[in-house]
Design a binder for this molecule. Structure first.
Ligand code: IMP
Ligand code: MG
Length: 193
């Protein structure tokens, strides 16, 4: 039987690309003092690594959005705590899929008076896009497999896995949500302090 989980981006490749994205964003935002907006919860590992490669004056803030169904209605489950009026905003996303979440968020930030809005997405599933939305900085173009790790979850689990895996057989996870653990945590030595 083929493996149900395959590592598609390892830790070294992730760190190398995150460093490059940091350089790219630094060059484009050097005069901006941006508000870096992380979309909870998937962006957290990426945002913490990326911002350490931004030698800029930034503020970091978070919001949490809930999306309902395929028509793209999005509500704010947790809002920002700073004003974005007349500020440059950098949205940080783990992955852009249909684009519905990002399109709504961009509209919302412009409606609140942001002077510019750009997006860095670690991963882009561009073949699945429903709405055309700009992604100024992207880490990796990926296919339409379901991905896990480095922020991405299955029923809230596995966001803390340090590399990115593709789920080749979703039925393995639907029948046992814990099934990925033995693969995911193999590289982390549990006995080390
Ligand atoms: P969309 O672009 O509005 O369709 O939604 C993007 C969001 O869907 C991402 O921020 C993720 O939270 C989630 N998502 C999309 N693809 C995946 C995946 O392969 N694994 C885990 N979450 C995903
Ligand atoms: Mg997300």
């Amino acid at each position: 039987m083929n493996a149900p989980f395959v590592e598609v981006i390892d830790r070294a490749a992730l760190q190398a690309r995150v460093t490059e994205l940091g350089r790219e964003i630094t060059i484009s935002m050097v005069e901006d003092d941006p508000v870096v907006v992380g979309v909870l919860k998937g962006s957290v590992p990426f945002l913490t690594d990326l911002t350490r490669h931004l030698p800029l004056t930034i503020e970091i803030d978070f919001l949490n959005l809930t999306r309902f169904g395929r028509e793209g209605r999005v509500s704010i489950a947790m809002d920002l705590s700073v004003s974005v009026e007349d500020r440059s905003v950098l949205i940080v996303e783990d992955i852009v899929d249909t684009g519905l979440t990002l399109a709504t968020l961009r509209k919302m930030l412009f409606a609140r008076g942001a002077s510019s809005v750009s997006t860095v997405a670690l991963l882009d599933k561009s073949t699945r896009r429903i709405v055309d939305v700009p992604v100024e900085h992207r880490g990796f173009e990926v296919g339409d497999e379901f991905l896990l790790g480095y922020g991405m979850d299955w029923q809230g689990r596995y966001r803390n896995v340090p590399s990115i895996w593709a789920v080749m057989d979703l039925s393995v996870l639907t029948s046992d949500p814990d099934a990925f653990g033995q693969h995911a945590f193999r590289q982390i030595d549990r006995s080390a302090g």
